[in-house]
Design a protein around this ligand. Sequence first.
Ligand SMILES: Cc1ncc(COP(=O)(O)O)c(C=O)c1O
Length: 369
Amino acid sequence: MTQQKTQVNLRIPGPTPVPEDILAAVAHPMVNHRGKEFAGVINRTSEKLKDFFVTGQDVMILSCSGTGGLEAAVVNTLSPGDKVLAVSIGAFGDRLTTIAETYGAEIVAMPYEWGQAAHGDDVRKALKNAPDIKAVLITHNETSTGVTNPLAQIAEVVREFDKLLIVDAVSSLGAIPFEMDAWGIDCVVTGSQKGWMVPPGLAFASLSERGWKAYEQAKMPRFYFDLGTHRDAQAKGQTPFTPAMPIFFGLDIALERMALEGMEAIFTRHKKMGAMTREGVKRLGLELLCQDEHFASDTVTAVKCPEGIDVGKLRGMMEDDYNIVLAGGQGKLTGKIFRIGHLGLVHEDDIRETINALGETLTKLGHKS
Ligand SMILES: Cc1ncc(COP(=O)(O)O)c(C=O)c1O
């Protein structure tokens, strides 16, 4: 017996809520993944993704989570022993560093205190000090801390030194402004379960011309994630291996929806939801983790849990009493913060409802603002 499930109010930074029409598309009957109908889906989705990456380059659709896409970014551009500047402002910056390290890159670490954004001047100094650095790794939007790096400015610095720029845009692309070609990004990766409103299972990756040149030289081992193989198959309306077809069907509809709303309108909506969330939590007397609000993320807000309040209890009560799911902290922030996701399908009522429920929950837990 199947049971009708109602959607919980997912206020985590991915997976994000999936609209009904996309859910229905995900349930599309299986077809030949090398047939005409599916070639249409691959061609349409890969073309439409270019608009959001703002690139003339191919965008490859990989069947894996965002981390698989990040692994692809590393192994397709670097060789063991390559020196890389690994800028990290949180857990996902650390993860990208670990992937590069795992495949034998020599890491020049540039860690920031969690809650801070990276600074172009620091990147400039590091690149001046070590001219043999080949690439810079950076997270656009650090989901673990709710901080967005000033990527356009940092990219400008990386271009001064003509280094490769590899970007994790998993929780930013499709939700906040991002311009691959204009900013000079060489490799970028995002994931389906974030701003795209589809379930997890796909990563989208693109390489610049410089990125493809690096691909020709790169010696790290690669097979499943060989982006050249993906590019060549995609040119024929195929994928090299059996793809996560249900997610492709959903993506097809999601990209139609997103084109209809328009990129600028999507960005404006996210900006508004970010501001509403921050104002709401501050009104409750809570403190943001992000130290300079100028860099506060418009896709996820990290909130310091007030003294004496147990994060687990707070999240549990929000879910049990209000059907609202918040995220906890990651790594060293576990038990110290909670996070409110506001990317993808999110509107003013969702934020209002979340802030109201949060206020009531804090009162029930004995918090005095
Ligand atoms: C910035 C960032 N990078 C990487 C990832 C990892 O993606 P996945 O969990 O899909 O492997 C996430 C997921 O939350 C993320 O937010």
